[in-house]
Design a protein around this ligand. Sequence first.
Ligand code: AMP
Length: 402
Amino acid sequence: MTSPTRVLVLNSGSSSLKYQLLDMRDSSRLAAGLVERIGERTSRLKHTCLTSGETREQNGPMHDHEAALKAVAAELSRDGVGLDSPELAAIGHRVVHGGEFFTEPTVVDDTVLLEIERLIPVAPLHNPANLTGIRTAQALRPDLPQVAVFDTAFHTTMPESAARYAIDPRIADRHRIRRYGFHGTSHAYVSRETARLLGKDPSEVNVIVLHLGNGASASAVEGGRCVDTSMGLTPLEGLVMGTRSGDLDPAVIFHLERVGGMSMDEIDTLLNKRSGLYGLCGDNDMREIRRRVEEGDEQARLAFDIYIHRLKKYIGAYYAVLGRVDAVTFTAGVGENAAAVREAAVAGLEGLGLAVDAGLNAVRGDEARLISPASARVAVAVVPTDEELEIATQTYALVGRE
Ligand code: AMP
């Protein structure tokens, strides 16, 4: 019998379930979809069979993740690629927080589940949902390896000098306070693809990766290993994001509580959900912000400028951290699509060897590409991220060798 080659990738949120089914013989996608509003009366499943191109939608209540996954399984069966197929090698799960413990993708057993659970205090929104996804998939296919792929794993190579905050280490260790970083699967994939684009081995290149989506993070990758990243204990630190403030003086929080009379929960909501681009100008979609900037909207212009200023600071900081930079790579929704952001982020950095060719920058596409002039000392690249493919690749590498 030939070995199974399919991997189902699951990304469970608190009320959502995203999935893709891939065949790892050629990394092709067989199906993909999303269940939204799990637990509400208006749950919706959107499923696409990628071999036929057919899209189907199911509306109606799905009470929990088990109901959602069963509905997904039924859709996959309709396409002839059901979860009961012997061709399914494993299920790969995105797990947001793996702490310091999980440095690599890991086959899930009871100890692994316990450790993911122990990390809930540092990832209260994400890890419970990820655990639910794993347990649900286990119940459906108890015989199948379930692999956890951690968002934090790629960043566990950061030196202590980058990973520690300047606070009493005894207090930090007691409460597991350190800089973990997130979007690691994307930073790993994109830095490796950047090396490929340059025709080099990842061990030979230093890359600054700018993952600019609704959440946004930068990383400094030295010879394939992450040495610094902008998100910290939680995904709140670092760049200006869609709705998160990113870096700010921690005393702002004391001030809001003592002088502003806000509760900790209100401040948490303010900084995570009502700040960033949205807080600054009422929009978190870069397309809308650019449209308003073009129309001369001052509030949108200021939001854009603050976003770019922070981005530039991180490029400069990681340039200094790395010493030598071979490429700066833009990825995710904004990084892949917003030419104006790429142009503004690099403008004025010619002294660092960075420049963007206006013609190349304007070209749209979903291929990895260089946008710097041929003469530039440092390559500037756009590399579409593919976290599902990376999770599937890491999962298959772990279980697919037989
Ligand atoms: P992500 O979190 O990677 O899915 O990125 C989502 C964000 O990408 C959206 O909130 C938009 O701000 C941004 N985005 C998507 N398409 C475009 C585009 N064509 N131009 C500018 N920004 C875009």
